[in-house]
Design a binder for this molecule. Structure first.
Ligand SMILES: Nc1ncnc2c1ncn2[C@@H]1O[C@H](COP(=O)(O)OP(=O)(O)O)[C@@H](O)[C@H]1O
Ligand SMILES: [Mg+2]
Length: 430
């Protein structure tokens, strides 16, 4: 809108300025021609031209066309009667372009300019512009001089400056009105979108919540069956039934984890858990996690190392359970990304009013085209591999949501076949 209005304003300005200039040029042309005609009988003789110059006395200030014309015709008219000054001037030059007389407005050092050019715009030393028309006075045999009629463009420039200001202010006011109304209208238009988004969030949270009870009931029923009839191969529980129950139990655990993740994500989206923040020490969280996940690392033949590079404990205001979830997701991802032995390093560093948790692995890495998308919900790079690991593609989405809920951020740097580095930045408690 700004561009369209700006271009339209520029167009209007150009048309008005052109019209002004044309009017001025036409006025000057008619004055010059009238003057030319009135002095036509006398210019043939250079002497007569000098006589005419005397009539158009140097210190007479002619400020009206009529006055100019009557002066030219030799009729004296008192200047005090001039009521509507238009700032015209008249210059009579001899054949070698020397001024014989200057009549009209007092010209402050206005250059004579070459009279051979018919229409010219001149600028005097004080910066005022003048429009001038030059006519050659010539008899059949010789050039006798030049007549130049011009007028100051001061009033025109003032009008154009006022027009520019008016157009600019109009543009500015329009932009403000457009911005405010767009903001208001966009808000109105977005309301149904916000509402449906909130309904979707609420639905996810409610559905996940409702799923938890039957899943938990199923889990405890299977456990109860195993407790009653023994794990497998007993008289009461045949081998195939036991195996089926094991599969159901495994899938149930997976589904319960997925539902738990979804519920946590929905609650984080709805800022439901913002009030449940306490002082948590990151050193302790990392220490506990490295200890807890050591077993998983050994199983995967991965070396899990922690580097707590802080002289004192780094504490933040947050939810300990969520922080455990965030860091463990990153460590588990790192361990799962290493196929044949390698190392996962968890580093804790303090920065300027923030803590950095860096989880670095020497695994398969992430190709650049996936790096921006792995934080999306249900996004998995290698679906078969993820499924085998029990991943649903929610791990990093959850990590990202938890970091955001703690006013922090998460970033990834990775090189294929060299490894990945996930950096979590969390603001420290002052
Ligand atoms: N450290 C890593 N190295 C290589 N790939 C990774 C790493 N972390 C995550 N990924 C990839 O990003 C995808 C998304 O990760 P995540 O959200 O944790 O899902 P999942 O639940 O499948 O683990 C996964 O499919 C995985 O392949
Ligand atoms: Mg994961």
């Amino acid at each position: 809108m700004g561009c369209i209005l700006g271009v339209s304003g520029l167009g209007v300005y150009q048309v008005v300025a052109y019209a002004y200039h044309e009017t001025i040029d036409q006025g000057l042309e008619s004055v010059t021609k009238a003057l030319y005609k009135s002095i036509e009988p006398v210019w043939g003789e250079p002497k007569q031209l000098k006589q005419l110059a005397k009539q158009l006395s140097l210190n007479v200030c002619l400020t009206q066309v009529d006055c100019l014309l009557s002066q030219a015709a030799g009729i004296k008219q008192p200047l005090t009667e001039v009521t509507d000054p238009v700032n015209y001037y008249l210059r009579l030059l001899d054949e070698s372009e020397r001024p014989l007389t200057i009549a009209g407005v007092q010209l402050k050092q206005l250059p004579i300019a070459t009279p051979a050019i018919r229409r010219q715009t001149l600028i005097d030393t004080s910066g005022i512009r003048y429009r001038q028309i030059s006519l050659i006075l010539r008899t059949q045999y010789q050039l006798t001089g030049y007549i130049q009629v011009g007028r100051s463009l001061k009033d025109l420039d003032q009008h154009l400056a006022a027009l520019r200001l008016a157009l600019f202010l109009g543009w500015l006011i329009s932009m403000i009105v457009i911005a405010i109304s767009s903001w208001y209208l966009a808000g109105l238009a977005m309301q149904p979108v916000y509402r449906s988004y909130q309904q979707m969030e609420q639905f996810t949270a409610d559905a996940a919540h409702e799923f938890r009870t039957p899943l938990a009931a199923m889990h405890s029923t299977i456990d109860a069956v195993f407790q009653l009839y023994g794990q497998s191969g007993s008289e009461l529980l045949s081998e195939p039934v036991s195996r089926t129950l094991q599969v159901i139990k495994r899938q149930n655990a997976r589904l319960s984890k997925l539902v738990g993740d979804l519920l946590l994500l929905a609650r984080l989206d709805q800022h439901q858990l913002a009030g449940e923040h306490h002082l948590c020490c990151l050193n302790d969280v990392i220490n506990d996690l490295v200890e807890e996940l050591a077993f998983l690392a050994i199983e995967a033949q991965v070396k899990l190392v922690q580097q707590l590079q802080t002289p004192k404990k780094l504490c933040i205001l947050g939810n300990e359970e969520q922080l455990y979830r965030l860091i463990s997701n990153l460590i588990i991802n790192g361990i799962q990304a290493i196929p044949n032995g390698g190392q996962v390093t968890v580093t804790l560093e303090s920065g300027d009013r923030c803590a950095f948790i860096i989880v670095q692995d020497t695994g398969i890495g992430i190709a650049p085209e996936h790096q921006g998308r792995i934080f999306g919900r249900f996004y998995r790079i290698n679906k078969d591999r993820s499924r085998a690991n029990g991943g649903s593609g929610l791990g990093l989405a959850l990590a990202c949501a938890i970091a955001r809920a703690h006013k922090g951020s998460i970033q990834v740097q990775s090189q294929v076949n060299k490894g990945s580095t996930f950096t979590v930045k969390l603001p420290l408690q002052n």
